[in-house]
Design a protein around this ligand. Sequence first.
Ligand code: GRF
Length: 202
Amino acid sequence: MKAVILISGNGSNLQSIIDSADRIDLQISCVISNNKNAFGLKRAESSKIQTCIIDEELFNSKDIFDKNLIKIIDQYDVQLIILAGYMRILTPLFISHYFGKILNIHPSLLPKFPGLNTHQRVLNSSDTIHGASVHFVVNKLDSGPIIAQDYVKINHLDTVKSLSIKVLRKEHDLYPKIIHWYTEGRLKLIDNESATLDGQMI
Ligand code: GRF
């Protein structure tokens, strides 16, 4: 299945997807970044994957930016859009254009801690477990149907740094696995609140 991957930064999830691509039947048509300095672009280039930078400063509205993003993505005729550390909020226009075709990974056990600084926020709470969630993207930040999660235990020595390392390690296994479910046709988004895996509600 053909996909594009959207990134903004380091791209460690991108790397895990690149490394699994053959096994999970994924053809990465292009890696697109809104940040020209994203290290993930170098990772893509090293694997001979086409890259594209979309410069935020050239577009003065979010809708115009996303219209251009759609134009770029539609050239590739892909069936899946993978967000891997993409730090811009997508517009309703974009999300409805690709309804059911956008996956995201988020570093918390959603619905807990949507948004930013999840590791600090979990440390400030009394939670003893933390983790990562893969979900369909719908028109509300970090709140589409959750497809799968993986967990880490929090101990009293944990810091933002240690949690981020532990959670990323989980993400790197989790995301390719869920993308594979998608490429196998096992996942379907029904509406903003529900999705199915093998025809069963998840
Ligand atoms: C990950 O924690 C992911 O959950 C979040 O952004 C981070 C991206 O890390 N959406 P990387 O760029 O894949 O290393």
